[in-house]
Structure formats: C-alpha cells, structure tokens
Design a protein around this ligand. Structure first.
Ligand code: 5GP
Ligand code: MN
Length: 338
C-alpha cells in the first residue's frame, strides 16, 4: 500500500462508517484473530462494524473477546445480506479470492462498498480497491498490526485487540517456528504482550482444550500414516466412518498433517479427510523448503495457499483421491529429492 492510498484510507476512516469484515470459509485462528482484532480497533474509532464469517469454526477459537458477536452467513443469511449490501466499507481478511467465501461470493462481489483486502496468500485476485497483500508476512494478524501502524495509531491497541492479534500470529506461525516468523514478528508479539495479550492463557485456550475423542482420533490418524520414502512424502487419511467413530467435531483434525512432516527426512505431508456432507475430500498439504504446495494444490486439487502450507479438495472418493495423489508424485520426484 503506498502513501497516497494510506492517505485516502485515513480520510475514509476519518468519519464513522458502516463496515463489514469478512474472513475466509472454515476460518482458522488467523482469520478469526485478524477480523476480530480489526473489529475491536474500528469500533473503538467510532465505526459500526460487524464480522461476518461464511460458516462456523472450531470451539478452540470461541473465547476471543466479543467472538460471540460474529455473524455466520450460513445460518443468518438474510441479515448478513442486508449488512453487506448497506456497508460503506468491506474488509476481506486472510484470503485473496472471493471463491474462498463460499455462498457469500455473489453478494460481496456485487456490493457497492469500497473493498479493502489485507492478506498474505499468493496470487491475489483483483477485486479490492485497496490491496495490502504481502506474501512474506507470517499472518494476516501481523498485517493488521502493520495496518494500524500505517494509520499511526498503535497507541490505540488495547488488550482485546492485542489478544486477538496474538492468537492469529501464534497459530499461523506454528507457535513462532515457521520460516515466515521474522524478528519483526517477534517485535510485534512483544508489543502485543505489553498491551495486554496474556501469552500463556492464549496458548492454553487454543492448544490445551482437547477432548478425549480428539486425542483418540489423532491416534487413528497416526495409525493410518503412510510414508513414501522415495518421494520424502508422508500422508494420512481419515474416512467419514472413522471421524464418526470418534464423534468428530469441526477443528478436531487441525494440525494432524504436521505429524507427517515431523518425520525425519520427510519434506512433503498431506492429509485427506472424507466429508460426506460436502461430498468432497478435503486436503491439507504442508512442505519444508522450496517445494511449493501452493503450486501443487493449484495444479491438481483446485486449491492454493502458501509455499509451505496449502489446502484443496477432490471430488473423487477417498481411495481414488489418494491414488491420484500417488500417481502425481513422480512428476515432482526431482523437486522432492533436492
Ligand atoms: P489448511 O490446510 O490449514 O486448511 O490451509 C492451509 C492454507 O491453505 C491456509 O492458508 C488456507 O487459507 C489455504 N487453503 C486451504 N484450503 C484452501 C482452498 O481450498 N483453496 C485455497 N486457495 N486456499 C486454501
Ligand atoms: Mn493466515
């Protein structure tokens, strides 16, 4: 974002506005943290804000300050349509293509509001009048901090804003260990703690609220883990039946894919999760080093994301999806063996 755009945004935000803030479908910690963090900031500045999520999200995110004010498009469509149609500004956070907001796509794309994208994924679409897009950023939450900084307003950051932004930076960096974590990230984290983010408590809320069923499901996932040493690849599958056996709830499989990547020598990991309701196999991909799971997912599984973390989906059944995955690997043999 250049200085002229920042000036224009300062003017736009200089008088109270009706604002809608939107995360992607199946929002994660960064999506909920960034939208709620921005929500607290803009409300503090006198705007009338609403966060509208396309659908529901896991319980381990349902503790952030004013999380209960988030509207869900899937269950409150009419009210959400009205808010979107009458909004003066729409912020879209943690995604860069309107296809990522599911059934909200049409109403948002047709809305009259000025659109502002804040996002760190690759290859952004061109739907927003203001684009703050930076693929080097650890998280959208880090960018929301920078956005407030661009407005010369970090003094306004209170404990609620700090808590939400801390949560999203923590989850998107794998607790500050992914290569996207920079010294700037740590400096911002330091600021957020100073402003009232309680690091131990936030960690506890997100990571130490497992159900017994979830740990048993993890046990099954690890039993199902397969390794393809010639491609330095590991994958996990979970059928709908297995999910049902352990009373699967949204969010229960979060992070499972990383176990494959934790194996010595493995640089590419996948998880395939059967979803009967949507009639798809949801895929999560992770890598280490230069192997781009974003490119892989775009090319073969109708998805995208970042170089080292991406998602996608398949309309084949679980077995055929895995067979397709294995059949593609020889194309990448060189990249996977560097
Ligand atoms: P996850 O595997 O945790 O669902 O997602 C990993 C990363 O890929 C996240 O940044 C997420 O936003 C992105 N991602 C997940 N699924 C999709 C998808 O279907 N399409 C695109 N473009 N990105 C996705
Ligand atoms: Mn993110």
């Amino acid at each position: 974002m250049n200085s002229e755009e920042i000036k224009q945004l300062k003017t736009l935000l200089g008088t109270p506005k009706a604002i809608v803030i939107i995360p992607h479908k199946n929002p994660d910690g960064d999506a909920i943290g960034s939208t709620l963090g921005l929500y607290h900031y803009l409300n503090l500045k006198g705007h009338h804000c609403k966060v509208i999520a396309p659908n529901d999200y896991p319980d381990f995110l349902k503790w952030m300050p004013e999380e209960s004010s988030i509207l869900k498009y899937e269950s409150d469509t009419e009210a959400c349509d009205g808010l979107i149609q009458h909004a003066e500004l729409i912020f879209t956070l943690d995604f860069n293509s309107l296809g990522r907001i599911g059934d909200m796509e049409n109403v948002v794309s047709e809305a009259q509001a000025v659109k502002i994208m804040i996002d760190h994924h690759q290859q952004p679409d061109d739907y927003a009048q203001f684009m703050y897009s930076d693929v080097t950023m650890s998280s959208t939450c880090e960018m929301v901090y920078n956005f407030i900084d661009m407005l010369n307003d970090t003094d306004a950051i209170n404990a609620d804003i700090a808590t939400c932004l801390y949560a999203g930076i923590m989850t998107d960096t794998g607790s500050f260990r992914f290569p996207s974590t920079t010294s700037a990230t740590h400096k911002i984290i330091g600021q957020l703690i100073e402003k009232g983010a309680n690091n131990a408590e936030i960690h506890n809320q997100i990571f130490d609220t497992n159900s017994y069923d979830r740990l048993q499901l993890l046990g099954r996932a690890l039993t199902n883990l397969k390794v393809l040493p010639e491609y330095r690849t590991a994958y996990i599958s979970l059928s709908q039946e297995e999910l049902n056996t352990f009373n699967f709830k949204k969010g229960d499989t979060e992070g499972f894919v990383n176990y494959g990547l934790s194996l010595k020598g493995i640089i590419f990991a996948a998880i395939f999760i059967e979803n009967h309701q949507d009639n798809i196999i949801k895929i999560s991909l992770r890598s280490k080093g230069n192997f781009s799971v974003n490119e892989f997912s775009r090319a073969h599984f109708n998805g995208g994301g970042h170089t080292n973390a991406a998602g996608g989906k398949s309309e084949l059944n679980l077995k055929d999806t895995i067979d397709k995955f294995i059949s593609i690997l020889p194309l990448y043999k060189q990249d996977l063996n560097l």
